[in-house]
Ligand binder design. Structure first.
Ligand code: DNO
Length: 351
């Protein structure tokens, strides 16, 4: 595994120097953040990110995300121009040494939580999702002032209800057709530049607000991989996103897709499943519902050699900042993942 860490660019309070001091750190996971979704990333911005990363002694190999414009997901007439821009980003990033691009195909809402600072009994704070709070929110009602944290602030309430309204006219099958159209144009470019696309699962992995969501289950991932049967069309195994849905067997999925050589990136974190949703926990198996040891063992045993990053951490030790993306708990997570991997590797070589 290649250990990596998400870095939000030069304005991130968590500097490259700090990230580099986390034991075993290999690559940065970053993006160009100041370009509107759908446009080509300036070469200068890519070169700058690469130089800063490499000057700090880290690799510049993973992008999260090159976001997919809503018009591509909606199959609108300008999608060809937007897809060509996407392909140009793949070319530029491939030439700069990027090996893996994480993206998602969730309509409008990326990850969804109802609270970002839920107080845990030990005094730490976590992101949580309680269904009854989601049920109170209606994104189609532009007069409602109820909102959820993490919603894209670039949409006004009115625009949000318009775009949600457009998705409400679409079926899941329509969304699949648009994803297929996108992949059939993008994957050949990825193959040419040897860049691995790694789709991120829906988070949480079930439909919200009646919008179609198509990357939530094992059947969905099977279909995705079949759609363009090329290793450059792969997945980000996000244990927290898949694992908050008790119907998903994350250990089985880790083993199956690693064996197929289609997991290029893994987001590793734990969640505690509740009858009405879930709470994010520390990384350890004992803290949540997922067996992190079995997940890592499944990856190891099936020849996984992609990128891994500790995912959302709790806020601990009084740290404040971007929810889920503080330094301390993610660094503890990284150390735990290193420990699991070393133990699994040594144990397997002894046998
Ligand atoms: C949340 C992240 C997601 C992820 C995107 C990938 O913390 O895991 O926002 O970056 O879904 O496109």
């Amino acid at each position: 595994m290649k250990l990596s860490f998400r870095w939000y660019g030069k304005d991130d309070e968590i500097t490259l120097e700090k990230i580099r001091q986390i034991p075993g750190m290999y690559s940065i996971v970053t993006a160009v953040y100041d370009v509107p979704v759908g446009e080509v990333w300036p070469q200068k911005s890519i070169d700058e990110l690469k130089k800063m990363t490499e000057d700090a002694g880290l690799k510049f190999e993973v992008i999260e995300s090159v976001p997919v414009h809503e018009d591509i997901k909606l199959g609108k007439p300008d999608r060809d121009r937007l897809i060509e821009n996407y392909c140009e980003n793949v070319r530029r990033l491939g030439k700069a040494g990027i090996k893996c691009i994480c993206y998602n195909f969730m309509p409008v809402f990326d990850w969804t939580r109802t609270q970002l600072d839920h107080a845990n009994s030990d005094g730490s704070k976590s992101l949580v999702y309680y269904q009854e709070q989601v049920d109170k929110v209606n994104p189609l009602n532009s007069n409602s002032d109820l909102t959820l944290p993490g919603w894209d602030a670039s949409y006004s309430r009115q625009e949000l209800s318009e775009v949600v309204g457009e998705y409400n006219k679409m079926t899941a099958e329509d969304l699949w057709i648009n994803l297929e159209y996108f992949l059939k144009k993008v994957i050949p470019v990825c193959a040419e530049y040897d860049v691995y696309m790694a789709i991120h699962e829906d988070d949480p992995s079930w439909p919200i607000f009646g919008l179609p969501r198509i990357i939530s289950t094992e059947d969905d991932l099977d279909r995705l991989l079949r759609t363009v049967d090329d290793k450059h069309n792969g997945i980000t195994l996000c244990t927290g996103s898949l694992g908050c849905n008790p119907k998903n067997d994350v250990v089985k999925m880790a083993a199956k897709y690693a064996k197929m050589g289609r997991i290029h990136f893994a987001h590793l974190r734990n969640v505690k499943i509740l009858p009405n949703g879930f709470e994010e926990t520390g990384h350890l198996s004992s803290g949540g519902s997922l067996d992190m040891y079995e997940i890592m063992k499944a990856l190891y045993d099936n020849g996984f050699d992609g990128y891994v990053r500790p995912d959302h951490g709790r806020m601990i030790w009084g740290e404040t900042g971007r929810p889920g993306y503080g330094l301390y708990d993610r660094a503890l997570g990284a150390t735990y993942l290193n420990g699991l991997w070393e133990a699994i590797e040594k144990d397997s070589k002894r046998k």
